[in-house]
Design a protein around this ligand. Structure first.
Ligand SMILES: Nc1ncnc2c1ncn2[C@@H]1O[C@H](COP(=O)(O)OP(=O)(O)OP(=O)(O)O)[C@@H](O)[C@H]1O
Ligand SMILES: [Mg+2]
Length: 380
């Protein structure tokens, strides 16, 4: 049996990462001589499945290739505690002459830091964090290396923890320490987070919205991964697959994986196998991407999206307002919010489209499904 090198799961580094060369070059430049300190604080935002976690991983790889130390974390509660009690002591033990206990006691850490601790009780965590980071970056400096902290799912961060971490990063910046910070999260909550007074340092970060990739890149990724899996694909079948992916990174993995799985015979992967693969891929996409992305929206937001759903390509904004039976200004308010939230995007003058492919189909199917459920309830 041949291999299937597609990786249709979140957070998994793809066999072939495509369409991100420029960003990855920037990451490499950041650690290769630090030409531009802007690259030392970055924020990646985008819809589910665009490849934010994977890019955070590219950032880590670029840093490690230059000899920097990297702490990889997610934003679950207790972030600061994990940094001061686990990650930093471990790194200090390895890279600094001073023992971690010396550093900890120097900054006066007391007792365990429970969730209910008051601000004063928690204060030492902050000073410990600062002194540990100072110590570690001082120890690394002579070799020209530094420390990177990456935080995924930053939208879920405790804002107070984020604020404290941000202050320390900013001190580090002022002291010109070799200290980098990279965070990634979902578009909507990131936009909300950026409005929060506790997230000042994130507003100053180099913000990279992560979107779709080009068709040429999609084809290259599909064809290359299939070849490396020891298989071939028909040119027409490749075109059908690339069309179905529609530039959406997660879909490269889904369509590729399910097409190879559906192709049970020897010889190049056929259009039939790809067609079956696309059906399976779209089912997964609905469950793992569309449903969670649409769940938090208000009913008016949904009305706007439903008014876009009848169009196969981009929708004209005037037409949407007309279908909604509202003025263009009113519809414009919702358009702006949905764009800000990354659900839709501008597609040329006066037109918008869904950011994630098949959103319209999903809405249409579910509108029909909901209508049927409504009828069933009326019957019963
Ligand atoms: N540029 C790319 N080329 C090929 N595959 C990619 C690319 N970016 C991401 N993928 C694949 O898409 C899937 C989703 O990537 P990832 O988990 O990084 O998305 P995400 O934006 O972090 O999603 P979420 O918001 O749900 O955490 C993974 O299977 C990954 O391998
Ligand atoms: Mg992710």
């Amino acid at each position: 049996m041949s291999r299937n090198l597609f990786k249709p799961s979140f957070g998994t580094y793809p066999h072939l990462l495509v369409g991100r060369d420029q960003l990855i070059d920037e990451f490499e430049d950041t650690f290769d001589g630090i030409l531009d300190p802007a690259g030392l604080t970055i924020l990646l935002s985008g819809q589910r499945g665009m490849g934010k976690t994977v890019l955070l991983d590219s950032y880590r790889r670029a840093a490690e290739a230059a000899g920097w130390l990297v702490i990889t974390e997610s934003s679950s509660n207790g972030l600061l505690e994990r940094l001061t009690r686990d990650h930093l002591p471990r790194l200090l033990q390895k890279h600094s002459d001073k023992s971690p206990t010396q550093i900890e006691s120097a900054s006066g850490t007391i007792g365990p830091l429970g969730g209910g601790a008051s601000w004063t009780e928690r204060y030492p965590a902050e000073s410990t964090l600062r002194s540990q980071i100072t110590e570690l970056t001082d120890a690394l400096r002579p070799s020209g290396r530094g420390l990177v902290i990456t935080i995924d799912e930053v939208q879920a961060a405790d804002i107070e923890e984020l604020r404290k971490l941000g202050e320390i990063i900013q001190y580090g910046r002022r002291e010109e320490r070799l200290l980098a910070f990279a965070a990634a999260g979902l578009s909507t909550p990131i936009e909300e987070l950026l409005d929060h007074p506790g997230a000042t340092f994130l507003r100053r970060a180099e913000h990279h919205p992560i979107g779709r990739v080009s068709r040429a890149n999609v084809r290259a990724s599909l064809a290359g991964t299939i070849a490396d899996s020891g298989r071939e694909i028909d040119i027409q079948a490749l075109d059908v697959a690339a069309d179905a992916v529609d530039g959406y990174p997660f879909m490269i993995q889904l369509v590729g994986y399910h097409s190879l799985k559906a192709h049970k015979t020897a010889g190049p992967v056929t259009i039939e196998a790809v067609t079956a693969g696309i059906t399976a891929a779209r089912r997964r996409l609905g469950r793992h991407v569309h449903t969670p992305a649409l769940r938090p929206l208000s009913s008016v937001d949904r009305t706007y999206l439903l008014a876009m759903a009848p169009d196969d390509g981009p929708s004209r904004t005037g037409k949407i307002a007309e279908r909604m039976g509202v003025t263009a200004q009113y519809a414009g308010e919702y358009r702006r919010r949905l764009i800000r939230d990354g659900i839709i995007e501008a597609a040329g003058h006066g037109q918008v489209r869904f950011t994630i492919p098949y959103t319209a189909d999903h809405l249409r199917e579910h509108a029909a499904h909901n209508a049927l459920e409504g009828l069933a309830e009326e019957d019963s």
